[in-house]
Design a protein around this ligand. Structure first.
Ligand code: GCW
Length: 681
């Protein structure tokens, strides 16, 4: 399969700018490759194919580097082409660091590992797609984060939990797919943005998927691991904590039970027999009905450490999710606060986890809402490896129907200063492991792809996948820079497209927020599917996701004096900032406080008027998105144009429904009229 929509940002379209093309054609004629590891082979293949489609010329292989115009490979052999300074700078970088140097017309790409060479090749190809000059190129790059991971929530029956782009590319009708071409292509795309780890099955591990760690499935999973390995990506599996019972009928899965421990030891040995560089497990335990150590009165450290110990001889990791909360809450009970749960469960366990355990913490204390505070657990455990979890899949942010470019949100989270070790203790630094010197740390995210020909349902949702990889490699890139890179590579170098689409992407998160749940309160979505408005849909449910709107006001009191005390989980001055209603930032006001409708925001509007204004505005902004997109009709191929146009139409219906239901709901509750007298039903 190869079409514009399929090729995402690796279009490698013929270069149109003639000066640029001539310059490239002259420079990129002959190639010398040093090394034959699978990743180096992938790099060579990528380079040769891309140059052919971009420049219309086949690059020829040279067996000696002096006569090649491009030299790629391991540093040892090609070091004679580099200066001492180049070599020293490369040596200072981490294992995935690379250099791309132009020296007297020759391009040299090398790195501290085979995967690094592949990243270097992608750097060059990105520059070419962006039509940049290659003369006197001197790039030294290394990733800021050690773990750059994606989690697939794919099930063996071919469905994808929270998938909005068709079915799984990994599984079909209860089997692993035979034709793995698509998996290979996915690996290519991921490596082009520096992803280096992937878990390939849903964290909710159902009955049959429990057997992935047995010989029934391991031979085929090995094939998938081989594919990813060739792109520098390590394979992980999600496991069922109760596997000894499910798979082998044991009577217990108690982590302190000797025979359970032995069972896991043997199991892990067996996995490494198939996949010698297997990454490890990702574990959702004692969370939303999944089994875990609580059943045996053990804690999460007991559970994680049992597995970690069995992994030690092989260098495997246990990625333990912290999405642990009471999902059987009674809405009448105001003392239980889901936002508190992760911190309350895990903070007391700091220092108890083995060094090959990494805690994976969702970015917010609730669940991937359009807006919520940053999880106070991140950084709060100096002696425990941590990584943050984002959701590229747009579960609560428009489900890849509505446009929602998530980079501005992730940027904001990464830039958040926790003050845990004084000013400058940002989330970005914490997860990069520079604050608490974690052994392992980084960033993971739920993927947004499926078997739709364009991978992501909405073509524009490709930008979130691309941007996720780019941002976690280099958190200093701006959301705008990333958007521009993606646009040019995806749709070609056309000013009008860059300007218009850039603006559409960058405003889309704010637009989505404008017409959905206001001021950080979250949810108000249709239960189960999580798309479209249902304001009280979760209000009397067991999930702990309430807004508490009554005739006087709305919002969740999480203060220490009168509320749940969640604010105390933050370090000062954040604690005070959020706890004090007069200081709390507008956009999070209803996340932290219950306030009257006539309460005045910092933007000088009352809550109720703000709700009306943003909801009318959000809808109008969607109409404007449609106009903007339509103005690009002649500049974008019909298939991709229609795909987005169609999604935007659906978005408009959605925004209209949200606008009217929210406005009507709050008008009926409060009895306060809109100052501008617009239509409220
Ligand atoms: O937000 C919830 C989703 C579930 C998901 C869970 C999790 C995989 O609605 O579908 O289950 O989060 O992160 O474990």
């Amino acid at each position: 399969m190869s079409s514009k929509k399929y090729n995402m940002w690796l279009q490698y379209q013929p270069i149109l700018n003639t000066t640029c093309k001539k310059h490239y054609q002259k420079m990129l004629t002959t190639l010398y490759v040093n090394g034959n590891a699978p990743t180096i082979q992938s790099a060579e293949q990528e380079l040769t194919d891309a140059i052919f489609t971009m420049l219309g010329q086949r690059i020829t292989s040279k067996s000696d580097m002096d006569h090649a115009t491009i030299v790629i490979g391991n540093i040892e052999e090609i070091s004679s082409l580099l200066s001492n300074d180049h070599i020293a700078r490369l040596a200072e970088m981490n294992e995935e660091g690379y250099l791309v140097i132009e020296n007297q017309g020759k391009i040299i790409i090398s790195g501290n590992s085979d995967a690094a060479v592949l990243y270097g090749v992608h750097h060059l190809l990105r520059n070419m797609q962006l039509e940049q000059d290659l003369i006197s190129l001197a790039v030294f790059e290394q990733p800021k984060n050690q773990f750059r991971m994606l989690n697939q929530w794919d099930n063996l029956n071919g469905s994808v939990e929270r998938g909005y782009s068709g079915k799984s590319i990994f599984y079909q009708n209860g089997k692993i797919v035979k034709d793995k071409t698509r998996i290979k292509d996915y690996a290519r795309y991921l490596s082009s943005v520096g992803i280096n780890a992937i878990s390939i099955n849903n964290v909710n591990v159902w009955e049959e998927e429990s057997y992935f760690i047995t010989k029934k499935y391991l031979p085929e999973i090995r094939e998938i691991a081989d594919i990813f390995r060739a792109y520098g990506i390590t394979l992980y599996l999600s496991i069922n904590f109760a596997s000894p019972m499910t798979i082998d009928g044991m009577s217990t899965a108690d982590p302190l039970n000797q025979s359970v421990q032995n069972w896991w030891k043997d199991k892990i040995a067996e996995i490494y027999h198939y996949i010698p560089d297997f990454g490890g497990f990702i574990v959702k335990a004692d969370s939303e009905n999944r089994p875990g150590p609580f059943t045996y009165n053990r804690d999460h450290a007991d559970g994680a450490n049992m597995l970690a110990k069995a992994f030690e001889p092989y260098g495997g990791k246990v990625i333990w999710r912290c999405f642990v909360y009471n999902h059987l809450q009674d809405w009448r009970d105001r003392t239980t606060d889901r936002a508190r749960a992760a911190y309350d469960h895990f903070k007391p366990l700091d220092g108890k986890f083995h060094e090959n355990v990494i805690l994976q913490i969702k970015n917010g204390p609730m669940d991937f809402q359009v807006r919520e505070g940053v999880s106070p657990l991140i950084g709060a455990m100096p002696n425990t490896n941590q990584m943050i979890e984002f959701q590229v899949a747009q579960e609560y942010t428009g489900q890849q129907i509505d446009l929602c470019y998530l980079l501005p949100q992730w940027k904001q989270i990464l830039q958040f200063d926790t003050y845990i070790k004084g000013a400058g203790t940002t989330i970005a630094e914490i997860v990069a492991g520079t604050i608490h010197t974690y052994k392992y740390s980084g960033i993971a995210a739920v993927s947004n792809i499926g078997d739709d020909e364009n991978w992501t349902g909405n073509t524009l949702a490709q930008a979130n996948l691309y941007g996720y990889g780019r941002l976690i490699w280099n958190p200093d890139l701006s959301a705008e820079e990333i958007a521009q890179e993606w646009i040019v590579q995806t749709f070609g170098n056309k000013k009008e497209v860059s300007n218009t689409l850039g603006e559409m992407l960058l405003n889309s998160w704010e637009i989505y927020e404008n017409y959905t749940a206001p001021l950080g309160v979250g949810w108000m979505v249709t239960p189960g599917v999580h798309y479209g408005p249902n304001i009280d849909g979760y209000e009397y449910s067991k999930w702990g996701t309430y807004h508490f709107a009554d005739r006087d006001g709305v919002g969740v009191d999480r203060t220490k004096e009168t509320g749940t005390g969640f604010t105390t989980q933050y370090a000062e001055p954040n604690q005070n900032l959020y706890n004090d209603v007069s200081k709390c930032p507008d956009e999070l006001l209803l996340f932290f406080h219950h306030v009257p409708y006539k309460y005045t925001l910092k933007n000088s509007k009352t809550i109720i008027q703000h709700i009306y204004d943003t909801h009318f505005k959000g809808f109008e902004q969607v109409e404007d998105l449609i106009k903007k997109w339509d103005s690009l009709a002649d500049l974008i191929d019909e298939e991709r144009f229609k795909n987005v146009q169609n999604r935007l139409k659906q978005q408009k219906n959605n925004a209209r429904e949200w606008r009217d239901q929210i406005n009507t709901y709050f008008y009926r509750k409060s009895g306060v009229a809109d100052k501008q007298n617009r239509a409220i039903y």
